[in-house]
Design a protein around this ligand. Structure first.
Ligand code: CO
Length: 475
């Protein structure tokens, strides 16, 4: 395969470190070279967000989670695949173009007090760099980070539309970039944390056609936990409070980067806060041994009193330390994880858990539209047998069996399930993933048959795409 390598994106590395090299080029390609066969029924687009710019003003950003957000879009029509990538025109991006890092972030210090961050969510010290995930709210599409300042974009052109303006007065400092969708109300469901002398978690629903958030529940909390995602079953919302907590008053005064204000106190254990979706009442607080987690997989009621919560567990939060950047890549290897099922006895209070599969996995996806909040069979994940993600894994959570895809020098990202038309089986469809072929010096879009987990096709991108977090298939 011959590539035009005259751009600034000529490969600097030929191993996993290439995934942590900045990509500055924005491009659009009508038709990517495809090997294999892309199903003709795929007619939407896979849009992902990646931290693409990892140096600002000649200085390496401190942490992978602070990379400046770029959108990547793989469009499908008649078995052909188009490609486009654009930076999101955030305040953080505008600063970065000027070589400035003014707004702080997850772990990269703007070298000034963050006191204002706690004073006002629209303080200029709060980052709006939406590099974590995307969501659709009715006809609006947003990119998100963990401050409540999502940015709307055009899913076809990837043009930035602007900050999503809320028509309510809900004040908050942090949120998750992993909202749920309530199909009955057609609402995006999420939580925010408001830092104060008496802080609180606020769970809310944002109706598809509205900019006014509907408060579902408020929970006072003395020291909020760092929570990257949460669970939603048929009847409940589930916050898993890991013992990685912040004292908001110390946060206001420390001058340290955001995440470095959170303290790991394993003696406190992990607490599941289970909230009734209808009434907003706390059903209970259920304690278990300490663990850390970014991603919930699914949650559902198995009986009137048994709540199942599946998630990816770490022994502790050292994954955050591992993802600080040095010149070439992350400082450390991915610590081992476990795909776990927690079963909460809502009446009796007991919490027990079991491991659903062997091996280190992350970035879980399911057939969300049909299986979220319901009993399910299949989870799709990226897995690691070494220092970094090097395989895709499909786990049958009922049987404990797994299928894997891997290829030499290839490092896949999050696997996204797309249901086939009229296919009623849970794994009837394809799995899409953007894979870095480090030896070849570029990324490709991989299409797997979701049932057999065999490769159907790949479409080669014109450059490497830095490793990213999450994306969505937009129909
Ligand atoms: Co995430």
């Amino acid at each position: 395969m011959v590539w035009n390598m005259t751009t600034s994106t000529v490969a600097r590395q030929t191993d996993v470190r290439l995934g942590f090299a900045s990509l500055e080029e924005e491009t659009a390609v009508d038709r990517l070279p495809v090997s294999g066969e892309v199903p003709a029924w795929l007619t939407g687009a896979l849009v992902r967000v990646t931290p693409a710019l990892l140096e600002v003003g000649g200085r390496r950003l401190a942490h992978w989670f602070d990379g400046v957000a770029m959108l990547n879009r793989f469009g499908f029509a008649d078995g052909r695949v188009s490609y486009r990538n654009r930076f999101i025109d955030s305040l953080a991006y505008r600063d970065a173009k000027e070589g400035e890092w003014r707004h702080g972030g997850f772990a990269t210090d703007p070298c000034r007090s963050i006191f204002k961050r706690v004073q006002s969510m629209f303080s200029p010290d709060v980052t709006d760099n939406p590099n974590v995930n995307l969501a659709r709210i009715g006809e609006r599409y947003i990119a998100m980070t963990e401050t409540p300042m999502p940015i709307e974009f055009d899913p076809e052109t990837l043009d930035t539309i602007g900050h999503l303006a809320y028509a309510d007065s809900l004040k908050a400092h942090v949120t998750t970039a992993h909202p749920h969708h309530d199909p009955e109300r057609d609402e995006l469901v999420n939580y925010v944390a408001r830092f104060s002398r008496v802080s609180e978690y606020v769970l809310y629903g944002l109706p598809a056609a509205s900019s006014r958030r509907r408060v579902i529940a408020k929970l006072p909390v003395e020291r909020p936990a760092y929570m990257h995602a949460f669970g939603m079953s048929g009847r409940h919302l589930i916050l898993a409070e890991y013992p990685l907590r912040v004292n908001p008053l110390k946060l206001a005064l420390s001058g340290k980067p955001f995440i470095e204000n959170y303290v790991w106190t394993p003696e406190e254990g992990t607490k599941f806060q289970v909230i009734d979706r209808e009434t907003g009442a706390v059903r209970g607080t259920y304690e278990t041994e300490p663990f850390f987690c970014f991603h919930h997989v699914n949650a559902f009621e198995r009986s009137a009193s048994e709540l199942v919560v599946d998630l990816i567990a770490y022994a502790d939060p050292t994954i955050i330390d591992a993802l600080y950047l040095d010149e070439h890549g992350p400082r450390g290897a991915i610590p081992s994880t476990e795909l776990r099922r927690y079963v909460i006895d809502l009446a009796g209070g007991a919490v027990r858990w079991e491991k659903l599969a062997e091996g280190t996995v992350e970035l879980p996806r399911i057939d969300y539209a049909r299986r979220n909040a319901r009993d399910y069979a299949y989870a799709y994940l990226a897995g690691s047998g070494g220092d970094w993600l090097d395989r895709l894994v499909k786990v049958d959570v009922r049987e404990g069996t797994r299928r894997e895809w891997s290829a030499p020098d290839c490092h896949p990202g999050e696997p996204i399930f797309v249901r086939g038309p009229g296919d009623e089986s849970e794994d009837g469809g394809v799995v899409l993933s953007v894979v870095l072929d480090a030896a070849a010096g570029h990324s490709f879009l991989l299409v797997l048959d979701a049932g057999s987990f065999e490769e159907l096709a790949r479409a080669a991108a014109p450059h490497h795409i830095p490793f990213g977090f999450h994306g969505q298939y937009l129909r």
